[in-house]
Design a protein around this ligand. Structure first.
Ligand code: ADP
Length: 495
């Protein structure tokens, strides 16, 4: 008899996906639906919660149908989700009181600035590990309560519920029986204390958020409730939840202190496991919960790059110098060196460790010979140099980085993966299963429902596709890095 499957729901920023995983971590079915991005005004981004629910439900039903056709059973559900995106709904009807405000939305920038100017940021960082930035949920909750007519009064009377997408889906999947989230999602709200694992009363007071809006916080592998039979056609236990980057880290089995994963999609997210220590960054990296299992929190340092694959999209859609992203690999390889051409892709400002929102992108070192190949190579190298900048910031916060596990759509580019290893001067490992986000949620559910006995079972599942080891003379590395540093210096808006 075959082993039961695990259903993983991956509710992302642009699409909802469902995947069925075998015990060995291979995927057996996948379904995906995109949904509408709503831009009500400049800098605002919203999602329609009903569309998120409809797409999620339909992809789940599709893969469950596949399982049924093959005579396979599903043991449990894991959920991973776009983090920070905020929704408030009516506890009686389950209907949202407003569209969800997406993590990218900047509408609360003035409120964040006000709090910063009032000198609150240090306290906020000490409690939550985060910065006062509109990115996180807390100021979005405040905005909804102040701007949706009657919302604040209704919240105070206990009529409303707040959640990130995991909570909203759990509510809907359980037929309104359960209002819960997990630690990794809670720790991105600005309302949660990462040291005592509780909602933080001082943060709630600062952001004027009533406590009775908030979900119960569970460990990442826990009993989150049973799905309503009328919803999915079966009553299945929801056993695992984690925000997307945390789930990717679990999918990459980064369970030891010092292990780091780096995900290369449109942007890039680096997460370093720091064990039971919450390391406070002096370089504006975020301190976050990697995961919480069996009542024990494992912490991480996180850094992000706004433009990774987006630089390749720009070459294709903006400049039209390539037709497909894959071409960049052979174009870069054709050149013996970068010809002194550097791209600093600060299209939306510079993030960690520079934090220069007013900087804009620049190309340096152009000559009469510069062509598409040099641009492709400069774009790929910029991803490596930006990762190096993040790594240097993390290192100067006292952490060590020995190897990096990569995933995401860009890393099938072997030239990129090799150059990453060369520039970082550490080995780069690429796994067979690069759908690490969905896999991480499945692993959590599998741990809780007994398919896996321990983290060792998961570690044993990880299989390497290819390893890339540093293969660059130190003098060449130094020269390349000096060129990048010079380009960054010239790009910054304030010197
Ligand atoms: P996201 O999840 O952010 O949508 P994906 O993980 O699907 O992103 O990765 C897509 C990104 O990777 C795109 O920005 C694309 O330009 C880039 N990409 C895809 N294939 C390659 C490649 N072979 N070389 C370089 N970049 C690539």
């Amino acid at each position: 008899m075959s082993e039961p499957l695990i259903l993983s729901i991956d509710q992302g920023t642009t699409s909802s996906r469902a995947m069925l995983f075998e015990k060995d971590g291979s995927s057996m079915a996948v379904a995906q639906r995109e949904f509408t991005q709503i831009y009500p005004q400049s800098g605002w981004v919203e999602h329609d919660p009903e569309e998120i629910w409809d797409t999620t439900l339909s992809v789940c039903k599709e893969v469950l149908q596949t399982a049924a056709e093959k005579g396979r059973t599903v043991a449990a559900i894991g959920i991973t989700n776009q983090r920070e995106t905020t929704v408030i709904w009516d506890r009686k009807t389950g209907k949202a009181i407003h569209n969800a405000i997406v993590w990218q939305d900047r509408r609360t920038a003035p409120f964040c600035k006000e709090l910063k100017n009032a000198g609150h940021e240090e306290k906020v960082t000490a409690r939550t590990g985060l910065l006062l930035d509109p990115y996180f949920s807390g100021t979005k909750v405040n905005w909804l309560l102040d701007n949706v007519p009657g919302a604040r009064e209704r919240a105070e009377q206990g009529e409303l519920a707040f959640g990130t997408m995991d909570s909203f889906l759990i509510w809907r999947l359980t037929g309104g029986q359960v209002h819960a989230t997990d630690t990794t999602n809670a720790c991105r709200t600005l309302l949660f204390n990462i040291h005592n694992n509780q909602w933080d009363d001082d943060q709630l007071a600062m952001l004027n958020v009533p406590k009775n809006l908030l979900p119960t916080v569970h460990d990442c592998a826990a009993d989150f409730g049973q799905t309503d039979k009328n919803v999915l056609g079966a009553s299945l236990p929801i056993c695992g939840v984690a925000g997307d980057q945390h789930a990717a880290s679990i999918g990459q089995v980064c369970f030891e202190e010092g292990m780091v994963k780096s995900t290369y999609g449109t942007g890039c997210f680096v997460m370093l496991n720091t064990g039971d220590k919450a390391i406070a960054s002096k370089n504006k990296m975020l301190t976050t919960v990697a995961y919480r299992l069996n009542g024990k929190t494992t912490y991480a340092i996180e850094g992000s790059i706004f433009v990774a694959g987006a630089a390749i999209q720009w070459l294709r859609d903006g400049l039209g110098v390539i037709k497909s992203a894959d071409e960049t690999e052979s174009m870069a390889k054709d050149l013996s060196n970068n010809q002194g051409v550097y791209l600093v892709p600060a299209f939306t400002g510079m993030g960690a460790p520079y934090w220069d929102p007013d900087a804009r992108g620049a190309l340096y070192g152009l000559t009469r010979d510069t062509g598409p190949k040099e641009l492709a190579r400069a774009a790929l190298e910029s991803v490596c140099f930006q990762t190096m900048d993040l790594f240097n910031a993390i290192k100067s916060d006292g952490a060590s980085l020995d190897t990096v596990r990569v995933d995401g759509g860009m890393v099938k580019n072997n030239w990129l993966s090799q150059t990453l290893s060369d520039i970082l001067n550490v080995p780069v490992q690429r796994p067979m299963q690069t759908e690490t986000t969905a896999l991480g949620a499945a692993y959590l559910a599998g741990l809780q429902c007994g398919i896996y006995q321990s983290l060792d079972d998961l570690t044993a599942n990880w299989q390497q596709d290819q390893a890339f080891t540093p293969n660059m003379e130190q003098a060449d590395r130094e020269q390349a890095i000096a060129g990048w540093e010079n380009a960054v210096k010239r790009t910054r808006s304030t010197l």
